[in-house]
Structure formats: C-alpha cells, structure tokens
Design a protein around this ligand. Structure first.
Ligand SMILES: Nc1ncnc2c1ncn2[C@@H]1O[C@H](COP(=O)(O)OP(=O)(O)OP(=O)(O)O)[C@@H](O)[C@H]1O
Ligand SMILES: [Mg+2]
Length: 361
C-alpha cells in the first residue's frame, strides 16, 4: 500500500475536525448571541434601568443556553469522529488476538488511505508472511518425521526378524548389516539436522584461521577412501597451493559433501576430477564427476531441503548435503553453482574469497 498523502492522513483529519468543531462552536455561540443583541438590545436603548437589566439577564440566559447547545453538538461530533478512528483499531486488536491463537487465515479490510489504513495493510502482510512460515515449518516437520520414520521402521522390522526367527548365518549377517546401515543413516540425519539448525540460528561463530585449502581437499578425499574404493573410482587431482582465511572446520564439510555426492552419483569404476585454481582474487574449486548427471527438471530443486533427485541412488541420503554446502559457502562470502548434463556428469564449482569476510547467510 502507498504511503498516505498529507491530506488523507490522520494529522489532516484531526486538524480539519478540530477546526470544524472550533468553527461550529464559535459561530453558534457568537453568531446567536450577537444576533440577539442586534435584534433586541439596540431597539431598547430607550428602556429604563430595570428593563435594561432584565434584558441583559435574558441575553445572558440565552447565551448560556447557546453555549450548552453548542457544547452538546461539539461532543456529538467528537464522539462520532473518535468512534470512526477507534473502530479500525478495535478491528485490528481483535485480529491480533486471532493471530496470537495461531489463526493466520485472517485479513482485516483496509477502509482508509491514512496511517490506520497503512497499519492495517502492514498487518495483513505480516499475517500472510507468518502463514507462509507456518506452512514451511509444517513441511519441514513432516519431512523430518518421514526421514526418521523410514530407517526406524526398517531397523524395527529386521530386529524383530532376528529375535523371532531361526536364521541362517547369511541371513543374520545381511539383516544386521541393514540395521547398522540404517542406524548410521539416522545418526548422519540427526547430525546434519543439528548442523543446519546451528547454521540457521547463527550459533556458529567465525573461527577464522589461515590454512592450506589444497591440503584440506586432499584430506577430504582421504577421509572418503572407503566410499570411493568400494566403487573403484579413480581420481584426477590438480590442486594449486592456495592458503585461505576462513572457518576450517565448516569448509571441510563443503568438500566432504561435494566429493561424497560425486562418488555416490558416479558409476562403478568412474572417475572424478578435482581442481583448485586461483581466479583473480578468488580460490576456485571444481569437482567433476562423469556419473548420472542431474535431470533438467531437478536442476532448480537440488539446493532445497530434503530434495533427492534419483531415488535409487539417494536412498542413503537425506537431501540435506547441498543445503549445508550452500549455507557454509554463502556464510564465507563465496558462491556455489553447478553445470550438469543428464547421463554425462556434473561439475560443482565453489568460489571463495581468499580472506573470507565471514557473515551470517
Ligand atoms: N554430483 C551429482 N551428480 C548427480 N546428482 C547430484 C550430484 N550432487 C547432487 N545431486 C542431486 O542433488 C540431490 C541433493 O543432493 P544432496 O547432497 O543435498 O542430498 P543427498 O546427497 O541425496 O543426501 P545427503 O547429502 O543428505 O546425504 C541429490 O539427491 C541428487 O539428486
Ligand atoms: Mg549429498
């Protein structure tokens, strides 16, 4: 809504109202009094003293009555005016109580273009935003519950099978393996949720240190050895020696998540290329895989919470990795983007300033 113009503002309304009341009262009082004086007083100048005094008293009584009448008219005008100002305030107060109860489906009618109208429009905007946040929160809670429910159901099912049935050695080790994997998944999910909530609530403070980015990336590859050796993946690593100032612990999460994705979405015996180069003032990291790539329709959504593209490969993930990556990179004043072709492969690119002015994203 537009800002109210001076003439339609409450200031102007009050000013006009008081001028009007002032004018009505004055003109009633003085107009009537002067009329009486003009009509009767001057005609009776020839009266004697007693008659003159009686005439003065009559004029005084009439003047008093006119004063009373004009005060009554003024009071009525003020009451009507105040009611029209208070009414929208009462409507807003009633609506605020509804919002406090959690009812966001409420809209107060904007009836004027003054400050009150502006306040009402702002109130409506606020409830709309609150409603959106509420929908997001409910979505989030239902996604989290869903993500927890699947592994818990599977753990429970296989634990019961082990408890209630005589099993062969092979079955036993297969079922316990599933239970271990699903527990691992639950543990990663809860630690990722915790990380996200810390990043969201800005509970993480900058722990800026100077460290070698190439070493950090090499370390990330080593940490993930179990995953890539199982898939027999080859690495082509080309890292320039670059030191960077930033939060070492948080940035390690970025490389772990991106390399983990590259491994997960690569084919057996695939290859992954990791490059680190200086690009102007920026350190540029490129992680390229030749795996399944990202489908056109998924490209806009991969940074959304809980979004998982290829369901068969993303079984062991929760769709939180890239959300964490983006948050950390943006907090480090960098940016992350990707190029991908379905069926051919994907390159994730991270650009970071070498001295990262850490801020809350
Ligand atoms: N290198 C990649 N190649 C192909 N698809 C990818 C790649 N990286 C991410 N994606 C797509 O983006 C989705 C989201 O990735 P993200 O890392 O956030 O979740 P995830 O890997 O499925 O689970 P999590 O990281 O929580 O374990 C993936 O499910 C996948 O569809
Ligand atoms: Mg991931």
């Amino acid at each position: 809504m537009k800002k109210p113009r001076l003439l339609t503002s409450i200031y102007a309304k009050f000013a006009i109202l008081f001028l009007l009341i002032w004018w009505v009262l004055n003109s009633l009082t003085f107009g009537v009094t002067i009329n009486i004086i003009a009509n009767s007083f001057f005609d009776k100048l020839s009266m004697d003293h007693d008659q003159l005094m009686a005439e003065f008293r009559r004029v005084r009584t009439i003047t008093g009555l006119v004063f009373l009448a004009s005060a009554a008219v003024g009071t009525i005008i003020i009451l009507i005016a105040v009611r029209s100002i208070v009414k929208p305030i009462k409507r807003l107060s009633k609506a605020s109580k509804e919002v406090a109860k959690g009812n966001f489906d409420i809209e107060v009618k904007v009836t004027s273009a003054d400050e009150m109208g502006q306040l009402t429009a702002d109130f409506n905007l606020m409830t709309k935003e609150l409603k959106n946040i509420d929908v997001l929160r409910k979505d989030f809670v239902s996604s989290v519950s869903h993500e927890f429910k699947t592994p818990i159901t599977s753990i429970k099912g296989f634990a019961k099978l082990i408890r209630d049935n005589p099993l062969t050695d092979e079955q036993f080790s297969e079922y316990t393996e599933i239970i271990v994997n699903e527990s691992e998944r639950l543990s990663v999910l809860s630690s990722n949720l915790l990380k996200l909530s810390e990043l969201d609530s800005k509970a993480i403070r900058e722990q800026a240190t100077v460290f070698s980015l190439d070493e950090q990336i090499r370390k990330a590859v080593l940490i993930l050895e179990a995953a890539w050796s199982k898939r027999e993946i080859e690495f082509d690593i080309d890292l320039e020696e670059i030191t960077i100032t930033g939060d070492e612990h948080l940035l390690q999460e970025v490389w772990l998540n991106l390399i983990q994705n590259a491994i997960k979405f690569s084919n057996q015996q695939g290859s992954i290329k990791i490059g680190l180069h200086q690009s102007g003032e920026l350190a540029k990291v490129e992680i390229t895989d030749h795996g399944i790539g990202i489908r056109e329709e998924d490209k806009e959504r991969i940074f959304e919470r809980f979004f998982k593209g290829d369901k068969s490969r993303s079984q062991d993930g929760n769709g939180l990795g890239l959300v964490i990556v983006r948050k950390i990179v943006e907090m480090s004043s960098g940016k992350v983007y990707f190029e991908s072709e379905s069926g051919k492969g994907t390159t994730f690119i991270v650009e970071l300033p070498q001295i990262s002015p850490f801020h809350s994203a």
